[in-house]
Design a binder for this molecule. Structure first.
Ligand SMILES: [Zn+2]
Length: 386
């Protein structure tokens, strides 16, 4: 890959003919039409919402460097921004009065700034590397550079590496904050739409976790039918089984749950009652586990991380149980005591026993001393459905 360092291009040059697309949140062109600011493999403009664009302008005003910018030379006098899209878009947006700086005089738009300040910005020279290489060289390099500013997320990198018609269509559907469906999706998916979190989730579900492979196989596809259909099936399934929307539903492994449980049938009104009951249970420490617990037939209490007996309760119950057992010359494990082997008279140490719910938690048993029983470890393990 060839690179040439350019030091004579100014902010004014870069911003000549700057076009910003409000709808897509993209800076489109600059350098009098010779520069494409956001090629396909770049992510959406995110400086604005992170409050960083003002910092770019302030740096320029103070004469601080804003870092290296990389252009990819794609033709005779034609360039694409490889790295620096966000900084350039910040400059272009400021110069076209899309946002203001806050200073001691209030909000300062470029258009109303003092001439010396305007000139200072416009005449600032940028450090630009022009690169020329094959598409794969450029993409490989793009994958390895550590971009200044907000680091790329893995999905943003994958979008760069597998850019093509499939990624373009997929982004239109899943990375588009204008898509009205994202509201509904965000009940089950956590993350930020334009940081590719929803697209990543959709790809993760359809590919069963092999996003890289899926993207490479579908790279040249001119439709996203399978991706969209699968994604919608998962969402429809969740919202038909669980009619309630709880905040703990966000970010669960819905793809895995869908694959595992979609063939079972559920009565949504019964499911809803079960959800509400479990939400009201003070012993449940892991509410995120409620959904899989119900899907699996309400048996795997491990998913709920039910609060266990505390140390003081266990010690008190151990003392009482052991005193009675010694008097009656039987084991302090009630299950050993009724057995026929050598352990029927054994007095176990506290450390050799575990607490058990007399009446199972899943059948309404509480987690207090009255419902606590100490069992030897073997019997405790053997007793199911606790
Ligand atoms: Zn025992």
């Amino acid at each position: 890959m060839d690179t040439i360092l350019k030091t004579n291009i100014t902010v004014k040059d870069i911003c000549e003919g700057f076009v910003y697309n409000e709808l897509e949140g993209k800076g489109l062109f600059g350098l009098a039409g010779k520069l494409t600011i956001q090629p396909e493999y770049q992510r959406n403009y995110i400086y604005a919402e992170e409050g960083r664009e003002a910092a770019v302008i302030e740096s320029v005003l103070k004469g601080y460097p804003i870092g290296l910018i990389y252009f990819n030379k794609v033709g005779n006098n034609k360039f694409e921004v490889l790295d620096g899209q966000q900084r350039i878009t910040s400059l272009g947006r400021f110069i076209t009065d899309k946002f203001a700086l806050k200073d001691e005089n209030g909000m300062q738009y470029f258009g109303t700034m003092a001439k010396d300040k305007k000139d200072k910005i416009l005449e600032t020279k940028l450090l630009i590397y022009e690169c020329k290489g094959t598409e794969s060289q450029i993409k490989e390099w793009f994958k390895t550079i550590n971009i200044a500013g907000v680091p790329l997320k893995p999905q943003e990198l994958l979008n760069a590496i597998y850019s093509g018609p499939f990624v373009t269509l997929a982004k239109e559907e899943f990375s588009n904050s204008q898509n009205a469906n994202t509201q509904k999706w965000s009940a089950y998916i956590s993350g930020i739409v334009n940081r590719q979190d929803f697209l990543e989730q959709a790809l993760d579900w359809v590919s069963k976790g092999n996003i890289d492979d899926y993207m490479s196989r579908h790279r040249e596809d001119t439709n996203i039918k399978e991706l969209k259909t699968y994604f919608n099936s998962v969402i429809d399934w969740i919202s038909s089984v669980f009619t309630d929307v709880e905040k703990e539903m966000r970010g669960l492994e819905w793809g895995r749950l869908y694959e595992k449980y979609r063939k079972k049938s559920y009565d949504p009104s019964k499911v809803s009652k079960a959800v509400q009951k479990l939400y009201g249970d003070p012993y449940i420490k892991n509410r995120k586990g409620i959904f899989e617990y119900i899907l699996g037939g309400s048996v795997d209490t491990k998913l709920l991380n039910v609060r266990v007996f505390d140390e003081a309760t266990k010690r008190a119950v151990y003392a009482t149980q052991t005193a009675i057992a010694k008097k009656r010359k039987i084991s302090n494990c009630p299950l050993c005591a009724v057995g026929h082997d050598t352990n029927k008279n054994k007095i176990w140490l506290f450390s050799e026993m575990d607490a058990d719910h007399v009446s199972a938690w899943s059948k309404g048993g509480a987690t207090d001393a009255k419902n606590c029983e100490m069992l030897c470890k073997t019997h405790n393990r053997a007793k199911g459905n606790r």
